[in-house]
Design a protein around this ligand. Sequence first.
Ligand code: HEM
Length: 452
Amino acid sequence: MTRTTYSAVAIVLHWAIAIAIVGMIPLGFWMHNAIDARETQAQAIAAYQLHKSIGLTILLLSVVRLGWRIVNPPPPLPAAMAAWEKFAAHAVHWIFYALIIALPLSGWIYVSAQWRGDAPLNVPTLWFGLFNVPHLFALPHAALETRAAVADAAMEAHEVMAKGALALLVLHVAAAFKHHIYDRDHVLAAMVPGLDRTAAPDARRRLALIAGFAAIFIATISAIWAFASPPHAAPIEIAADEAPYDLPHTYEPPAPATPTEPAPLPRVGVLGNPPAAQAPAAQDSAPPAWIVDEAASEIAFTGTHAAVAFRGTFTSWRADIRFDPDNLAGSRAVVTIDTASARDGVSLHEQSLAGREWFDVANHPTATYRTTFIRRREGNEYQALGVLTIKGRDIELDLPFTLTIEGDRATMTGQARISREAADLGQDSDADAHYVSRRIGVEVRVVANRAP
Ligand code: HEM
């Protein structure tokens, strides 16, 4: 028996994909503009992940739908339709099938190229935050020119197809209404369960129906274009001193030197211990070892991403500490941090941090900080000079810190800042600090017990 309506599976897939696409078009245009405005950058970053997640779901559903369509032929078009109308209807349907697969696929190819504008990108695609979607055709490993060319072509196609889908949608909806209102055939009812196709509306009902449909249609299209218009926000300008992108207010830079303070230590041109002549003479007895109380200690990193402050910690690190306030020359600390343990609760950040451009955990699983010289500033204020070895690079890093020792328990807190450029962090995709602050704060709190 020839069916007169679509199957339940075809109807559910049709409406799910249609609603998703109608939402995706304004979302795509909005985020494309919003990513470059400071006020909306953080929301745009979330919108990109949402757009990609919904888009990939549309791709999956579209493949299922096409398979279903091939195996389950739809109800025939009304016999009364002219041949050209039937041809046009079939053509629009097949172009739609091509679009709902090629459009999301072009988006996937675009993000796989990891290139935007004139710079490479390093942004994973997390499907609704649940898992990392692989990039296609190993594109991130291709030559930069290839990635740029692929990204440009894919986004051009993405935009043209999205606009084409919108135009086709207008045609498609108009045709469906025409069938229902003028031809009074089963075409729309075949896709809308419960729609009464036998009722013959009188002239006034028909007029009201037309006006109602027209109003809904115009409102939908206007809403799409209203959402699609660029946000009225100032483009991001990066100030030379990076004031708005600098560390969040929790960071207090070390106090400037006071006249009563001893002259600053001479900085050595090369890394290593200061010349022996300048270092206080080491005492005979070696400073005691201190065992870190992990539960009470923390190494945190701070900064801003899309003008929003973040604070994360390294959940795995260890420290070899020998310290005696009366024997600073013999005191030292070596801290080893597992770079894969960086956590700030935002899976997008955590995935990116592990990548080649940031901590490159595959090739550099640890970063190390070694003090080269410790001196007392005044009271319980100290300063450690040291070397941070990160991604195979040595960076001089001063760590001013406060220390209190009560019996056999010591509490040390210190703060420092690291230049992303010096540490080679995020230099491919964000060297000009468009997204992430130029400097990263480090906050250290170590509570340790004197070894027996
Ligand atoms: C049927 C599904 C989809 C529709 C209707 C759609 C629609 C759009 C539209 C209208 C834009 C704005 C284009 C422009 O401003 O020039 C856009 C941008 C974008 N789309 Fe899609 N898209 C879909 C699927 C996908 C998928 C599956 C992905 C990736 C996995 C994706 C990734 C992107 C990205 C990253 C942009 C922004 C490009 C940029 O600003 O650099 N899209 N999309």
